[in-house]
Write a protein that binds this ligand. Sequence first.
Ligand SMILES: [Zn+2]
Length: 249
Amino acid sequence: MKNSAICLFSGGQDSTVCLYWAIRNFDEVIALSMDYGQKHSIELSQAKKIAAIAEVQHVIVPVNLDFMSDSSALLTDDLKVTENHKLRSDLPATFVPGRNMLFLTLASSFAYVKRYSHIVTGVCQEDYSGYPDCRDNFVKALQVTVNLAMDSNLTIHAPLMNQSKADIWALANDLNIQDLVVSETHTCYSGVRTLNAWGRGCGECPSCELREHGWEVYLKNKKERYYYGRQIQSIGERKLRFRRANKRV
Ligand SMILES: [Zn+2]
C-alpha cells in the first residue's frame, strides 16, 4: 500500500479544500467524482477544471440513480431545494438516501484496486443539512465495514467533520486556495455562477446561504483575532518600554 489517497471530489467548496488537504498530506492523490445525474452539470465541469489546476489525476465514475430521481431536489427540477424531504420531514429535500455511503463504498473499491490505502471525504456534521451519512459515527462504521468486506486496511479521513463553514474558509486560507474556492468551486443548488465575495452562486438557496454565512463569520473571526493580536502586541510593547525605562534608571 502506498502513502496515497483517493479524494472524493464534487468540485464544491468542501471537497476542494479536502483535495488540497490531501495533496498536502499524501504523496499521491487521485480525485474521484461521481456522475450521478446531478441536476447541474456545471459541478462536474468545475471539478475537471479544479483537478487540472491542482495537477491531480481525475476519474469520473458514472452512477445511475435514476430509480430515485424523483425523491431528491438534487436529482430533479420538480422538487424545491428549500422544502423538506418528502419521505423525511426532518431532512431537506436535497437529501439523496445513502449517497455518501454509496460514494464512499465505491471510493473504497477504487482505492483497493489502485492499491491506495487512504480515502479523503469532505463530509461534515457541523453546519450541515443533517444528512445521516455525513456523521462521524457513520464514517467510522463504514471504515470498519469496507475493511471487513475486502479484508483490507483502508483509512477514511474526514478532515472537515467537526469544522464549521467559517473554519473551512480559514483552512482554505491556510492552504492558500481561498481565491480558487471563490472563483472556481460550485455549491449553489440553483446552478447559478454569479460571482460574490464568498464565491459563485445565487445567494438565496440553502447552500449559498450556508456558504455566505460561513464567509461572514470567518471575516468577523479574522477581524477579532487581528484586533486581539494587536492588543496583545501593544501590551507587550508597553511592558518592553517599561522594562527599558526601568533599566535606564
Ligand atoms: Zn445558490
